[in-house]
Write a protein that binds this ligand. Structure first.
Ligand code: CAA
Length: 258
């Protein structure tokens, strides 16, 4: 499928997906969402870390497309929300780590997209917010689900009820982003982290992601048992043998992803 709104670039095991609808500050319309879903469904198994960013230096994603939403009825509104939520859940459920490089506005659906990623890095000019109630709607791509899980119930309610935008420093303070960089340094720093992740044992990284995601909603005993099983599974991999042997021999390991 040729994409109208997505640019894909691969550097070794790192893939960068750039959302490109600059005339609307990369707003998410149905077509953008369909293209993202197609990309995720067919993602190359050789990719070890995915970066998601937005075209230009002003906006990551300025939200769901307000023009498209303006004439929806109740059934259509529900379907639009379900579509975005499904695509974002697929991103969150990818076995590999996904990093959002937030290069400007991450509002509404843009903030929700960033939250569906595993790690968020942003530029100093980034702005985060869930302004939906100012448009007569609520966050529709799982913002009411993920924001409270990331920053706590009180802060999530403040942001969603007020619809206020926050700057990068506040996003860092409340734990919505992991790090803030100068605009010109954002992509280099993101790629450096992506490469650092990709240098590790790929199966172990995927197991770690699966554990953290699944265990979050489990009781402690169930979660500990889940981790025990996954920890054991690591010992069935060649990467575990190679990684530990290399350590003991004081050599550099080259993981085989098996
Ligand atoms: N949908 C559609 N078009 C959008 C858009 C969006 N979410 N955000 C920006 N645009 C368009 C503008 O309409 C404008 O188009 P025209 O040039 O044709 O007029 C263009 O992008 C540039 O935007 P501005 O002129 O407004 O740029 P600015 O620098 O003055 O302001 C901004 C930037 C603060 C991000 C402002 O555009 C803005 O507030 N955008 C809307 C943000 C928003 O409310 N997002 C949430 C959407 S609802 C949602 O996402 C629901 C959900 O949870 C699923």
């Amino acid at each position: 499928m040729d994409y109208e709104f997505l640019k894909i670039s691969n550097e070794g095991a790192i893939c960068t997906l750039t959302i490109s609808a600059p005339q609307s500050l990369n707003a998410l319309n149905s077509k953008v969402l369909s293209e993202m879903e197609d990309f995720i469904d067919k993602i190359d198994s050789k990719i070890l870390t995915l970066i998601i960013t937005g075209e230009g230096d002003k906006s990551f994603v300025a939200g769901a497309d307000i023009k498209e939403m303006s004439n929806l009825n109740e059934t259509e509104g529900k379907a639009f929300g379900e579509k975005g939520a499904r695509v974002f859940r697929k991103i969150e459920s990818l076995p590999i780590p996904v990093i959002a490089a937030v290069n400007g506005y991450a509002l509404g659906g843009g903030c929700e997209l960033a939250m569906a990623c595993d790690i968020r890095l942003c530029s100093e000019n980034a702005r985060f917010g869930q302004p939906e109630v100012g448009l007569g709607i609520i966050p529709g791509f799982s913002g009411t689900v993920r924001l409270s899980r990331l920053v706590g119930m009180g802060m999530a309610k403040d942001l969603i009820f007020s619809g206020r935008n926050i700057k990068a420093d506040e996003a860092l303070r409340i734990g919505l982003v992991n790090a803030v960089y100068k605009s010109e340094d954002l992509m280099n720093n993101t790629k450096e982290l992506a490469q650092r992740i990709a240098n590790n044992a790929p199966i172990a990284v995927c197991y770690a992601k699966e554990c953290i995601n699944k265990e979050f909603d489990m009781c402690v005993d169930e979660a500990v048992a889940y981790e025990n099983v996954m920890f054991g599974r690591c010992f069935a991999t060649t990467d575990q043998k190679d990684g530990m042997k290399a350590f003991l021999n004081k050599e550099k390991v080259q993981f085989q992803n098996k």
